[in-house]
Structures are given as C-alpha cells and as structure tokens.
Design a protein around this ligand. Structure first.
Ligand code: ADP
Ligand code: MG
Ligand code: MG
Length: 348
C-alpha cells in the first residue's frame, strides 16, 4: 500500500516482523499478542478511534483501535511507547502495537493495561475523594510527569518527553488509588546530546481548554524544549484544581462541621462553552488574565493549601515561574510522608 512507503523505521519494522522494540517486548511477540485478543466491548471514544476492553488469555487489556491511517496518531503513540525506559507505574503500561493491512484498508491498534476505574475525568464526575487520596493522586500524576520530562542519561538512556495533551480525560485511575498518564499521540521527545526535537513540534496542538497561555497566544519558544514541559505543567495545574474541587473537607455548615466537596467542574466551564475556540481561550487567559477560582476553604486545610500553592505557581502566566514536575513530586511526596508520620504517632 502506498502509505507504507516513506513512513518511519518503526512502521517498517512492524511490517517486517523484526525486533527493535524499546519496551522490552519483541515486536514479533507484540503481533502474536494482537492476534490472540478478543474484543469484549467499547469503553471509550476519541476523535480518531475507540478504546475497547478486550481479553487476552483470560486477562483484561485495553485496545485502542484507530480508524484512519491519514492521522499519524497511532504511529506516534506507538513510537513514544517504544521509547527506552519509558515504563513507570504512573505511565499507562504498554503491551503491544499492531497494524493489519488488508485489501479493504488498514486497522491499527494499541494494546495497553486495562484500568477498570477509567479516566480521572469520569472518576471525578462520579466520586469525591478524601484529602489523603487527593495527595496520592496528585503526587502520582506529578511522578508520571517527572518521569516523562526528566532525561535518564547514558547510552541506553531515556530522552526528555513532553506530553502536550495533559487533561483529566488522558489520565487513568488505577485500583491502588494512584493515577497513570495515557494518550501519547501528541508527545515530543528531546535528545539533549544532539539538541534535537524528534518531530517538528507543530504549533498549537492539544485540547484548547487546557492549553497554556503561551500556546494559545503562539508566543511559546519552540527552540527550547523546556517550553513544552512548562506548558504541560500549566495543564497539570488545571487537573490538580479538578482534583481539589472533589476533595472532601471538614467545613462548618450552619455551625457544625460537615464534610464538603465542590461539584465536578471542567476548568473554565464558567467562562467558556463546551468546545471553546482558541480565541475564546485567548480572551479568558490573556485579555482577562483569568484562572479558575481557588475557594477560601482550601486555605484552611494543610494538604489543600499546599496543593493550591503548587497550582498557582504552575498556572502562572510566566512559564519560568512554573514548578518542574520533579519539584512538585518531591513536595507532594513530603506531604504524603508527613501524613504517614502523623498517623503513625496517632496510633501509638
Ligand atoms: P483518544 O486519543 O481517542 O483520546 P485515549 O487514549 O485518551 O484516546 O482514550 C480515550 C478514553 O478511553 C479515555 O479517556 C478513557 O476513558 C478510556 N481509556 C483509554 N485507555 C484506557 C485503559 N487502558 N483502561 C481503561 N480505560 C481507558
Ligand atoms: Mg485522549
Ligand atoms: Mg489522543
């Protein structure tokens, strides 16, 4: 087929049945896995495909089926998942990628671990969390981002990766209460030794509601890779804000303390419609300089207060003021540990 020629090495490798996977699973094995799965039902829907629950030798897996070859997202996502040393407990676990070419066209799929609690967005719409869960979720998201963003040096090292589409729909909730980051179709990799970004970072990709002001405004400095990491941190701050709203906090209602959480709300839902344009976001972020509201009650709880402070640094107009994922992770890890210590003392 014509579209196969001129594509990347990875695609050639997949078609050629040879090895070369960075994920630890040889590509031939990946193709075998792909042949053995049985699709059970659809669990998610995106712009270019759907996500299904499937069964592989009695185990549940998730299968993302891409419907159009014109879109590069299957190829890109597969490439990113094959990155050496990408595996991490807060990055969605990749199992296999496969491409079937037939006379009728092509079917591309991506097989990953299945998380039955679904996306963080779906989870937060249905559930509130306590502040302990809040810290675990926020820290795990920061850990996943820090793993993506930070390089691992050495000959078999890991490049820096920026996600470019961080939002609650692209984060999954694991049964242990931590989160993992998914949907890498827009990610970019940076080779620090060669000072090169691996694809042309076409401007203004991602979900408009979560776009950093400098992305909306087109002033992002694409010559520096740290710009993409700062833009991710802005998007992450909105996800942290969504988490904080759903956190139950003891708060006096009519004189007596009650556990209270806010209704689920998408960031900026009070300021823009359901499918905001870049111009809508420009008015809100640049002209009005608006950000989501931080309620006073969050300042009255230690965990919520620490996370609100992180949020306010991370959604700062100036990307250089935003905290790095590693720094956020360390701060939240301390918060988690001090809590364990407190509980420990309590139990003595
Ligand atoms: P798209 O690129 O189309 O946005 P995603 O990878 O973001 O696809 O997946 C779309 C939705 O499918 C997610 O928001 C989530 O609800 C669901 N989903 C995706 N992967 C999994 C998985 N591994 N386990 C459970 N649900 C998933
Ligand atoms: Mg998605
Ligand atoms: Mg996507």
């Amino acid at each position: 087929e014509s579209y196969i020629s001129g594509t990347s090495n990875l695609l050639q490798t997949l078609i050629g049945h040879s090895s070369g996977s960075g994920s630890g699973i040889p590509l031939l094995v990946q193709r075998t896995i792909a042949k053995q799965i049985r699709i059970e039902r659809q669990i998610g829907e995106g712009r270019f495909g759907k996500v299904c629950l499937a069964n592989w030798r009695g185990e549940h897996v998730a299968v993302k089926v891409f419907t159009t070859i014109n879109d590069q997202s299957w190829l890109r996502e597969t490439e990113i998942y094959q990155t050496v040393l990408l595996r991490h407990e807060n990055i969605l676990g990749f199992i296999a990628a496969d491409l079937k070419v037939s006379a009728g066209g092509a079917q591309m799929m991506l097989i990953t671990e299945y998380h039955k609690r679904g996306s963080l967005y779906d989870f937060l719409k249905e559930n509130t969390i306590d502040t302990t869960q809040l810290v675990v979720m926020a820290r795990s998201i920061a850990s996943g981002l820090a793993h993506l963003h930070e390089p691992i040096n050495g000959t078999h090292g890991k490049p820096c990766i920026a996600h470019r589409d961080i939002k609650s729909r692209n984060i999954l909730v694991k049964t242990n209460g931590e989160c993992c980051i998914a949907d890498f179709a827009l990610a970019v990799r940076y080779d620090s030794r060669r000072n090169e970004i691996d694809i042309a970072p076409n401007l203004r990709v991602g979900t408009r509601r979560y776009m950093a002001p400098e992305v909306v405004n087109d002033t992002i400095d694409v010559t520096s890779f740290s710009s993409f990491k700062s833009a991710d941190m802005y998007s992450a701050s909105l996800v942290f804000w969504e988490l904080c709203r759903r956190s139950r906090q003891s708060w006096p209602v009519g004189g007596s303390p009650m556990l209270q959480a806010d209704e689920y709300m998408l960031p900026y839902a009070n300021l823009v419609g359901s499918d905001p344009s870049v111009e809508d976001m420009r008015v809100v972020l640049i002209i009005q300089g608006a950000r989501p509201d931080i309620p006073i009650r969050w300042k009255c709880d230690n965990r919520l207060r620490v996370i609100s402070e992180i949020i306010q640094f991370c959604w700062h107009q100036n990307p250089n003021v935003r905290l790095a994922a590693l720094r956020v992770m360390k701060t939240l890890r301390k918060l988690e540990d001090s809590e364990t210590l407190e509980n420990g003392i309590h139990h003595v």
